[in-house]
Ligand binder design. Sequence first.
Ligand code: MSP
Length: 513
Amino acid sequence: MNKNFYITTPIYYPSGKPHMGHAYSSIVADIFARFKRLEGYDVLFLTGTDEHGQKIQKEAEKNNKNPKEFCDELSEKFRSLTKILNLTNDDFIRTTEQRHYDAVKDIWNRLVKSGDIYLDKYSGWYSVSDEAFYDEDEVEKKEGKRIAKSSGSTVDWVEEESYFFKLSAWQDKLLDYYKKNKDFILPSSRKNEVISFVKKGLKDLSISRTSFTWGIQVPENSKHIIYVWLDALTNYISALNFPDTDGTKYKSFWPADVHIIGKDILRFHAIYWPAFLLAAKLPLPKRVFGHGWILSDEKKMSKSLGNILDPIEIINKYGIDQLRYYLIKEVSLGNDGSISMQNLKNCINNDLANNYGNLCQRVFSFIKKNCSNRIPRSNKLETKDIKMLDNLKDKIPDLIKLINKQNLNEYIKIVVSFSFDANKYFNDSEPWSLKKSDPNRMNTILYTSVEQIKNISILLNPIIPESTNKVLDVINLKKKDLLIENISNDSIFDHNQELKNLDILFKKIENDN
Ligand code: MSP
């Protein structure tokens, strides 16, 4: 079996500092990367910044900086966000790196060689903010301005010499690929959008611009700058040392298992990218997952609306695991979701503090007081012990399937229910009343509770890594043992070793905070 797994986030425009929307895409991708590692996969998780194009050039000019200097500063903010979000990305690519230039030029040459590029003139609408070309029927007039219907951003009329990519020639091949690969675009509502767009007929795509200079020049015609999306999408393979297609990195990890993106950039990933790859005679990614938007005050975040949520402020106030958990539990991954501070507090108090946190705290402090702080050995398990443990164990194949379909919401719901059940089990079994009368039974209950805490902590680890690592450290679980296969494996317990101390995992949030 192929045990490699390659997952990517979109590469972000360093045109301003990162916001909650960027954090969301990255956290989601990180959770899948971590889960696959728990399953024993060799994972490559890529993120980075998309630094060329007119949007960046304009933003740099506004700030009186040259574009490279401007990108150096802002890209660094995205890089440091990866640490703040506790991401496990293996690489951080910048499109201003030499390795990326080499890959983009090679792709361009492949498209020329395959006869998919021709020189002509583009006249039509262009949105600098979206870095996208729009057809007449995709724009509308609003308050005297022309805007793109889908994004609401202003469009300008552009007329310039341009190289074109023969996108129209790939229409049938794309439809065929969607048909044969039912889960290429997820969720399925998104797939239907893409298919109907392609069926309406694809026009050839302008893939170079001449009205600015910040970008990668077309080989053999330096007047032209390669369209920023052709440039950006290539990051997914430039990070694998493409064009070295014989190299281990490319061979092990391409095609990618899943590109995690926001729904706003689906067209680029599900239509343009596969078409470029088909023309370049390269394999297509296995999946593109388009998540919904994080809304602030029910609206998409934007500088002009002034409703940008800063992830760093929230993390400083409530903690990183708290934010990660909340975003996954309360926002339905495929749909838009509004986030509110009140819901965040309720979620921290009810799910994290009262449920998982409370379970760990009470079981470990009971053991500390009553069992010389060591995990007791179990005696014969009773039906109710076995039932609780098996209930979780038997669900593992289903949980893996949910993750493989990016159904994080269902996954977390099930794992949280195990934690509720474990609290109830501990309560109902009343180990405190057995200390004198039946210490063997008490030990079995404690052992079963610790076993279940370990299992739940492994399953929650991709979502709340910092807190679950603390819990797993209490029972001295080694990093190398952090694997799904160690669920239901109690031989990793060292009954002779004292448990480490567990600090409060999640502080309850008072309402005025
Ligand atoms: N640079 C391009 C992507 C190139 S990928 C080859 C780009 N960058 S972006 O910075 O504008 O946004 C990237 C991604 O951030 C979006 O696709 C989406 O995944 C995420 N989000 C930005 N705003 C968002 C929300 N309000 N909510 C959720 N995610 C959003 O597009």
